[in-house]
Write a protein that binds this ligand. Structure first.
Ligand code: SAJ
Length: 426
């Protein structure tokens, strides 16, 4: 008799959960996908990916995932995996309500002996201080009635090289048995190193450290950009120079802002939890402050540059290139462009917007329409399409100033065409 396929329920079918569901199915698991968005469920069940990702568009049609809004499927599964967002609120306080909601669904559809894995990014302590007490309140004891593990997600949206099939993972769990069960699962589905951490807290800390490391390094080069603007030094050239050192240097790049659901968010999970233990992460907070200041810095740069050619920002039409938080994705979460548009409005500039990945929120239909109507251009997202902009097109339409918020345009060529160019630190 054919051995029953182990079954897994992925809770949250976004850019993390859906690739995990597809990969688990490709590796032979019986996969149930749970999400509260019925439109998304319909698409997935018809084999169409709701997310623009090559891995999904190729593989989703090949697998059989039972996607549903009905949480009852959890009780049929050997493993349930929480892949829901962990945002912060407007006061930058971590919001664990999606995680709590997912855990409540698992409790309401409890299956004895199930392995529960949290992939959502959480701070050290959440599994033991938030998740376990929810189960305990329902009478379920960890390591007796269920096992609990944390394996932080590491999906990098838009990355064609690294994806759910090959990114190394770390995993921590509530006891040795749970750790082995979780490590076995990831060994089965990931062609990469699976590092077993000594505790669940260490596993929770890994992702926060990874992303805070990135936030701090970006803040460092953003501060350099502000300093080098005053010194007349091209910071991008300096970073490229430093990057010729074959060891002990990792290039990061200044820009008009740090967006997304990870980098500008994850540090607050540690900052807020450490506070409860009496530790103040001053350095991480300063890095956040520097990165949050970049939209202001960019608009000030635009205003100063316009003033240099006797133009006010007030009343000037500014063509904003890009809405999403990073190149070649349509994701708007925590995008610095929101702040840039707010500041343009506050300065009474007229803002036009074009983003080929977010046409529904663009206020013009094409790049040429934007150029035609704009006195100045502010590049806010480094989409590949924008990198092909020809300086003479800008000149032809009478654009006078270019502010390159992602330092991705050809400074020399734009200057040669007689336009004023300013980058962030260059
Ligand atoms: N950014 C800079 N300067 C840089 C790098 C990024 O200003 O040198 C800005 C980007 O424009 C964007 C924001 O920071 O607005 C975040 O960019 P990101 O490249 O870090 O993209 P994310 O948010 O998709 O980060 C993901 C993260 N992956 C996970 O959390 C699993 C992060 O850990 C990865 O390091 C990152 O992808 C990556 O390496 O691309």
């Amino acid at each position: 008799m054919q051995k029953k396929k182990p079954s897994v329920c992925i809770i949250g079918l976004g850019y993390v959960g859906l690739p995990l569901a597809v990969q688990s199915a490709l590796k032979g698991y019986q996969v149930y996908g749970l999400d509260n968005d019925s439109e998304k469920i319909k698409k997935i069940n018809s084999g169409k990916s709701p997310i623009q990702e090559e891995f999904l568009e190729i593989n989703l049609p090949k697998v059989n995932i039972h996607a549903t809004t009905n949480a009852k499927v959890i009780r049929q599964c050997d493993v349930s995996i929480v892949c829901v967002p962990t945002p912060v609120d407007e006061k930058k306080i971590p919001d664990l309500s999606p995680v709590r909601g997912a855990v409540e669904s698992i409790i309401k559809n409890f299956r004895k002996g199930q392995l529960v894995i949290i992939e959502s990014t959480i701070n050290p302590g959440v599994c033991e201080e938030v998740v376990e007490p929810l189960f305990a309140a329902a009478g379920y004891k960890v390591n007796t009635d269920y096992y609990l593990a944390h394996c932080p997600e590491r999906i990098n949206p838009g990355d064609s090289k690294w994806n759910v099939t090959n990114i190394n993972r770390v995993v921590g769990a509530s006891d040795k048995k749970g750790l082995q069960m979780a490590a076995d699962f990831y060994e089965n589905i990931v062609d990469g190193q699976i590092m077993q951490m000594s505790s669940i807290r260490e596993a929770e800390a890994v992702k926060i450290v990874e992303n805070s490391f990135r936030d701090i390094n970006i803040a460092f080069v953003n501060e350099l950009a502000k300093s080098f603007d005053k010194l007349g030094i091209d910071v991008v050239e300096v970073i490229k120079g430093a990057a010729t050192k074959p060891f002990s240097f990792m290039a990061h790049w200044p820009s008009c802002g740090v967006g997304g659901h990870c980098i500008p968010v994850d540090p607050y999970y540690l900052i807020e939890r450490a506070k409860l233990s009496g530790f103040d992460h001053e350095f991480m907070k300063i890095a956040r402050k520097v990165n949050l200041s970049m939209p202001d810095y960019t608009i000030e740069l635009l205003q100063d540059t316009l003033n240099e050619i006797k133009m006010p920002l007030n009343g000037t039409t500014v063509g904003v290139l890009g809405l999403s938080y990073k190149a070649n994705v349509s994701d708007l979460r925590e995008s610095p462009v929101k702040e840039l548009l707010k500041l343009l409005k506050k300065n009474k500039a007229k803002a036009l917007v074009f983003d080929p990945f977010v046409l529904e929120k663009s206020t013009v239909k094409s790049l040429s329409e934007l150029f035609k109507k704009s006195d100045a251009i502010l590049l806010a997202t480094d989409h590949n399409e924008f990198k092909k902009i020809k300086p003479n097109d800008l000149k032809k339409y009478g654009v006078k100033v270019v502010i390159d918020g992602k330092n991705c345009l050809d400074k020399a060529a734009i200057k040669k065409a007689g336009l004023v160019y300013k980058g962030i630190g260059r």
